[in-house]
Design a protein around this ligand. Sequence first.
Ligand SMILES: C[S@@+](CC[C@H](N)C(=O)[O-])C[C@H]1O[C@@H](n2cnc3c(N)ncnc32)[C@H](O)[C@@H]1O
Length: 256
Amino acid sequence: MADYDKTDIPEHYTEARKLPPETIDMWMRALTDSLPAVTFRTVVDLGCGNGRFAVPLADWFKAEVVGVEPSDKMLAEAAANFTAPGVRYLRGSAEAIPLPDDCADLVFLSQVFHHINDMPKAMAEIARILKPCGALCIRNSTTETLETVLYLRFFPTARQANPAKLPTKQELVDAVTGNGFRVHRSTTVTQVFAEDHLRYADKVGLRSLSDLAAISDQEFEAGMELLREYCLKAPAHEPVTDDISLFVFTRDQALA
Ligand SMILES: C[S@@+](CC[C@H](N)C(=O)[O-])C[C@H]1O[C@@H](n2cnc3c(N)ncnc32)[C@H](O)[C@@H]1O
């Protein structure tokens, strides 16, 4: 698995990945529009990172949220930044979820899918903890959404490496539907990642994106110089958006 504890990513993750409040609301509406119309009492935010979605999920769905995360550094960020009644965090991974069978109405994975090494094991674990009528929601970049990511224009090595790391939409669907799930909804969501270009450059400059953590310091600095130059010329209040794939799966057996 991608070991965030061996990187500096967690140090600035909260600031670098902070989404405008309107974007978080937009995601909660997108989830509501895509999920089956049932009550979600228990939500597992699997690979919750710093918990940036855990609190909104608890508020929006009036649910108990359990964030499961393998990285101690990310769990420390969650404890420091995203706590609320009804939200708790546990150390664990998709391949070993520290929760009982049939306990979750919704399992939510945001930008975690491409970090999972043992997909069959993870899918078996997700199926184990999910109630028969539960839903699995995956929010992830895919190779199809890469063209919409502004910073990648300035970091060629990261751009070239990404297709090998990210799934295509079809690969993601195949990996999940081969494990007793069917597609309930598949869509692409355009999100505002930063309110304006200067804030965008600042966020990217914190280097808390795993593809930028993987390139050389020299290439990172060179890319940042070009990105800053580009952002300085952009209209002052123009937001920066990118696309993210959103999938909702339900269990095959829920058909019966
Ligand atoms: C890009 S971050 C996403 C965090 C959070 N879900 C979000 O949207 O901000 C990826 C997270 O996946 C976690 N991760 C890596 N491998 C994992 C695995 N096998 N199971 C669960 N989480 C994993 C990392 O520790 C990291 O916190």
